[in-house]
Design a protein around this ligand. Structure first.
Ligand code: BJW
Ligand code: ZN
Length: 302
């Protein structure tokens, strides 16, 4: 079983664009002993926290892959693709308008706050925390996290398909035609907004179509951000993997890659994932409950 897993892991690494290493796969089940994790945490100098949609679930932001998590009749992989956007930009903009308005209305939860508070506290001790997030919402930043690498982009940024110009845009509605559009219910019909009424580029004479500045399936991740992630993966001495199903690459291999260097990796999730067995620790439950005690100030820090 372990050998089989190691083979799958190696294939996963080969398919991604980042540096390839192989190493030992942990041969024991992950521990759920919080005192043991706290001992490791108290010694760690550079902590990498990889987050996915589950970290924002308790703020009310839907995740991607739970039962019935569809927008109208589609799943995210039907809409978050370059092909879907060029075929039907109105529908894809409605989908992102729904998620954008939702993200703008939500507040950080106890998990975001625990991560941000931990970063600020450890910085004063000469230790570091970096968040590597797949979330396109802004909740880590709103909670106060300073070092955040957003590997799948941001729903509050747009990019012009003609000139490539990127802008931060938190206006609501983003354009008049998308006002109140994007309701997720099955019986809602497409708004079929003409392409010239969708968000357009404001750069001089461009007027090109804007798209959300997010990484669709099949698109490559920003190489500058991946280089920074690479450095963090090589230098961290503790990793937390929080609220991700660990099935979307390349993020799915970040935790196992770090574990293969013999570094402790702790997963915080309401469920196990295909990567759980690579990790040293697994804490099952909502991360708004499990993370605050895990990251709280240690007696030795006082
Ligand atoms: C809680 C909780 C609580 C809930 N507390 N926990 C190698 C092998 C196979 C395929 C590929 C490969 N490399 C690339 C691919 C193709 C593809 C891919 O991975 N496909 C897989 C489905 C197999 N990857 C890509 O296309 C990537 N591009 C790339 O690698 O380019 C090079 C390349 C291309 C093609 C072939 C080979 C190389 C790009 C991926 C971009 C992903 N984009 C999206 C949309 C972004 C914009 C948007 O948000 O709309 O990113 S898809 C979607 O999934 C989104 C998420 O960031 C991402 C990950 O999801 P996440 O965050 O894990 O959420 P969920 O819902 O899946 O899980 C939530 C978890 O939380 C669950 O586990 C719950 O249990 C838990 N939970 N409540 C704690 N309270
Ligand atoms: Zn433009």
């Amino acid at each position: 079983m372990l050998l089989q897993k190691r083979a799958v892991f190696t294939v996963g690494l080969r398919m991604c664009s980042t540096h390839v290493t192989t190493g030992p796969v942990p041969d024991t089940r992950p521990s759920s002993d919080m005192s043991d994790f706290r001992r490791v945490f108290s010694k760690a100098k550079h902590i990498a926290i990889i987050t996915g949609a589950g970290v924002s679930a308790e703020s009310g932001v839907p995740t991607f892959r739970a039962e019935n998590e569809r927008w109208r009749k589609w799943q995210s992989q039907d809409l978050a693709t370059p092909e879907a956007f060029s075929r039907n930009p109105s529908r894809v903009w409605e989908f992102y308008n729904y998620r954008r308005e939702m993200a703008l209305s939500k507040k950080p939860n106890a998990a975001h706050l625990a991560i941000a508070e931990c970063e600020a506290r450890l910085r004063k001790q000469g230790r570091s925390v970096v968040v590597i997030t797949q979330c396109i919402d802004d909740l880590h930043r709103q909670a106060g996290s300073k070092r955040v690498l957003k590997i799948h982009g941001s729903v509050t940024e747009t990019r012009c398909v003609s000139c490539g110009h990127m802008t931060v845009n938190r206006r609501s509605p983003i354009c008049p035609a998308l006002k109140d559009k994007g309701a997720p219910h099955l019986d809602v019909a497409d708004a079929q907004i003409p392409v010239d009424k969708l968000p357009r580029c404001g750069e001089s004479d461009c007027h090109g179509l804007l798209r959300p500045n997010v990484v669709f399936f099949g698109e490559t991740l920003d190489s500058h951000i991946l280089t920074k992630v690479e450095k963090e993966m090589e230098t961290c001495d503790l990793c937390l993997v929080v609220g991700t199903s660990s099935i979307v690459y390349p993020a799915a291999m970040f935790g196992p890659r770090i574990a293969s260097r013999g570094i402790p990796v702790a997963e915080f999730n309401t469920n196990t994932t295909p990567k759980t067995e690579y990790f040293t620790h697994h804490f099952q439950g909502p991360c708004g409950t499990t993370l605050p005690p895990a990251l709280a100030q240690h007696e030795s820090e006082v």
